[in-house]
Design a protein around this ligand. Structure first.
Ligand SMILES: CC(C)(COP(=O)(O)OP(=O)(O)OC[C@H]1O[C@@H](n2cnc3c(N)ncnc32)[C@H](O)[C@@H]1OP(=O)(O)O)[C@@H](O)C(=O)NCCC(=O)NCCS
Length: 426
């Protein structure tokens, strides 16, 4: 039996029966609810707080229970047992790869890690202090000019080629951007290394012939990439889908994702956590700081989430990764403040009653800092990790027959039909 919703329009006294499926009604079904001479009823939902924009089988989140799954696999198991490339394959294909499939996928990725030399000179055009995210966004979108074949988005093989290129080239872009800011020569990809080790080598290699990253640091970064690989319909995935819905190539759609991630409300919170911890400065200052937060003077950065009303499952995993990193780099003195802040906040009624728990950004900045990344690079790391998720969302959109070009309605609040007034008479 179809579930339905009965709506009475009190303006007309008419009743309507609207089908419910998957816990939603179709906004287009409301159009029939109309008063004579007026447009049909629409929904108003700034920020999409209660509107599903697509059907997706990529990532499942239950924010109340603190559950995050990629294609049905719990994030905890993936972070513990898989590699980033395995997770990327899973997100894109729906299934974990067999040994052969993983070997082929890893080979394909490895064969596409180099950037066209012109990208290098293009990057050199940026000022020495250009923000790494601005440079990353520009480089991702510039790739579309190197691969004009990417416009053929309805050919699955062609799509797969561009997806491979994007995932393979992101660490090279990120590392070149980093080296540009440091005034150091760019390091080419060493294709004998794994995805994450290669990235670390491109970032940090100087005169040594071979750069071998500490495996514990490589593992921690691998885990961080896995944790960031997708998060269903977040702001940047929505940007990729929205721009992609025009039929543009995947480089241009992915560049929109990088742009969305650049914003402080999305990818930039980990930097804010570091600033906050530095400002607090000492464990003895925490009670005053917490009083300030409770008095509404400021927010406890790295706490709270639009979706998670429980401990963000990624925060738990990151805390463990932080311990592993600090074993190698020595403990970041800010960690003590973070741990104490978390302890106090988790017992305090203000935070408990509002369901405010640590989110993914609470500890990630501390790890990135320990790995010697400047704060402006934090979001670039996020973008490298998120690329497979954006592309899985993009491909799902391209294959979804129900999707249309993204084009919301508006409630018009401006003036109507006025006569033009010549300049001299205004
Ligand atoms: C993430 C965030 C934007 C979610 O916001 P939201 O879902 O719109 O939640 P609201 O802003 O409506 O917050 C609900 C209540 O909790 C309080 N609150 C939310 N986050 C808080 C925080 N980090 N510190 C203190 N109070 C907070 C709000 O003041 C509000 O209290 P009130 O009901 O007394 O007014 C918000 O929690 C936040 O700003 N967190 C800090 C920034 C951060 O870590 N962002 C990274 C997210 S991954």
């Amino acid at each position: 039996m179809t579930e339905t919703l009965t709506i009475r329009d009190n303006r007309t006294g008419r009743d309507y029966e609207i089908p419910i499926s998957d816990g939603t009604i179709r906004a287009a079904d409301l159009k029939q609810i109309a008063v004579e001479g007026e447009p049909g009823l629409a929904t108003y939902d700034p920020g999409f707080v209660n509107t599903a924009s697509c059907r997706s089988s990529v990532t499942y989140i239950d924010g109340d229970a603190g559950i995050l799954e990629y294609r049905g696999y719990p994030i905890e198991q993936l972070a513990e047992s898989s590699t980033f490339l395995e997770v990327a394959y899973l997100l894109l294909n729906g299934e974990l790869p067999t040994e052969d499939q993983l070997a082929t996928w890893t080979h394909e990725i490895t064969m596409h890690t180099f950037l066209h030399e012109n990208i290098k000179s293009f990057m050199e055009g940026f000022r020495y202090d250009a923000h790494p995210m601005g440079m990353t966004m520009a480089a991702v979108s510039a790739l579309s000019t190197f691969y004009p074949d990417a416009t053929d988005i309805h050919d699955p093989d062609n799509r797969r080629l561009q997806i491979t290129r994007l995932i393979a080239k992101m660490p090279t872009i990120g590392a070149f951007v980093f080296r540009h800011g440091q005034g150091k020569p760019y390091v080419y990809p060493d294709n004998e290394l794994s995805y994450v080790e290669r990235f670390l080598a491109m970032l940090f290699q100087m005169s040594e012939r071979k750069y071998n990253a500490d495996p514990r640091l490589a593992k921690a970064l691998e885990v961080l990439f896995i944790l960031h690989a997708d998060h269903e319909q977040n702001c940047s995935a929505n940007a990729v889908r929205s721009v992609g819905s025009s039929g543009v190539d995947p480089y241009s759609a992915a560049a929109a994702g990088v742009g969305a991630l650049y914003g402080p409300l999305h990818g930039g919170a980990n930097e804010a956590v570091l600033k906050m911890l530095r400002r607090i400065g000492d464990v003895s200052n925490i009670p005053d700081f917490i009083d300030g937060v409770k008095g509404g003077k400021e927010r406890l950065m790295g706490f709270g989430h639009r979706v998670y009303k429980n401990y963000d499952p990624r925060a738990k995993i990151i805390k463990k990764a932080a311990d592993d990193v600090f074993e190698v780099t020595g403990v970041n003195p800010l960690l003590k403040i973070a741990v104490e802040l978390e302890k106090i906040a988790l017992e305090d009624d203000y935070f408990v009653s509002r369901k405010l728990y640590p989110n993914v950004d609470f500890y990630s900045g501390l790890i990135y800092e320990a790995l010697e990344f400047p704060p402006e690079m934090f979001t670039v790391l996020f973008a490298i990790g998120r690329m497979p998720g954006w592309l899985a969302q993009w491909e799902e959109l391209v294959n979804d027959k129900e999707q249309k070009i993204a084009r919301p309605k508006q409630i018009y609040t401006g003036a109507r039909t006025r006569d033009f007034v010549p300049l001299a008479e205004r």
